[in-house]
Ligand binder design. Sequence first.
Ligand code: ADP
Ligand code: MG
Length: 216
Amino acid sequence: MQILSFERVSLQYPQGIEALKEVSFELKKGELFTLVGPNGSGKTTLLKLIYMELFPTRGTVRVKGFSSSKIRSRDIPCLRRRLGIVPQATELLEERDVFENVALAMRAVGGKGIRRRVWEVLSQTGLSSRARSSPHQLSGGEAKRVAIARALVNQPFLLLADEPTGGIDQERAEGILSLLKRINRQGTAILLATQDERVGQSLAGGILRIAQGRLI
Ligand SMILES: Nc1ncnc2c1ncn2[C@@H]1O[C@H](COP(=O)(O)OP(=O)(O)O)[C@@H](O)[C@H]1O
Ligand SMILES: [Mg+2]
């Protein structure tokens, strides 16, 4: 079953460059794909089109039942609640501890059993002992794992991760990649953007290569 498709999608920033050119691909339920390309090639732009922070200049993005050409702005939060988004900048709330950073994402949606579910994802991401730490006490790798826990707490069908190993040492980066592999084996589809060719090889899923806004 198809959960995501890009059909000849181009995106031009206002008064800016054409950051994506005629991009087409699709992702099926439970698949894992790595989007590999150098800095400035259009990876973050492509991910933003999926959670509809940006809309195509031409072409259509479809995510589950949502289409970029038909979606109403009031339905966009509904789409985002069903996606897990790990942004390029981790963006944790400094005045809240790890537990609360993850719990807030769930409170925003209003699910039941929040405490139990938060402990479950903290354990899954290896953060149980860090639940009461504040973000400034965490290593870069731990902060990324909090961002991953936060993205997972509402059980998304698709996890989008923008350079989750960027700026992290090799050993911790491998820890994050094995965590993502495990999450994928448990059924969550993943699209991960990276500059690092080795990440794609290590994840051993599909690879999409991007250069200057085009899939190659
Ligand atoms: N808000 C913006 N306005 C204008 N140009 C942008 C904006 N964001 C990104 N760009 C340009 O779009 C291209 C792709 O950027 P981006 O998607 O961030 O690439 P990547 O994530 O692969 O580094 C770059 O040339 C970048 O300078
Ligand atoms: Mg980027």
